[in-house]
Design a protein around this ligand. Sequence first.
Ligand code: INI
Length: 157
Amino acid sequence: MSAAKILEGMLNAQGKSFGIVVSRFNSLVTRELLRGAQDCLLRHGVQEKDITIAWVPGAGEIPQALKRLADSKKFDALIALGCVIRGGTPHFDQVVALVTRGVGEIALQGNAPVAFGVLTTENLEQALERAGAKAGNKGWDAALAAVEMSSLWEKLP
Ligand code: INI
């Protein structure tokens, strides 16, 4: 028999507060990610009034708003939602680097758990597939990770 102490989060977020930062660029996709994330939170017991949504212009600005929400210490978990599409622009790599590094740094600062729901795809079709079509909704998935992490957070030493 194992004497290991197992720590894991539950999927019940009743009474918890969530902050979402979502980017307007490619809003055809990001508003569907947001819809999925909100649906997931509500179906795991979160009240609508306990969800705060901050819209930013593009994925490059997500870390700036996310850091403000994290530093406020008002949220049990945060969710970053965005969509970067390669579309033949070299800007793609810079924006992806900016958002992934920025969100990662904020997550490791430890003020709140952060779920990453930023799509990086080759084209619009791939993005739409991940925003409520045949590959599910990555906004919903990110919100579920945030729910689990918000619960684990209370148990971690
Ligand atoms: N922002 C996105 O969210 N997605 C993209 O696909 C994108 N592309 O391809 O350029 C994009 N660029 C804008 C960027 O996020 C910033 O808003 C901009 O650089 C101003 O800081």
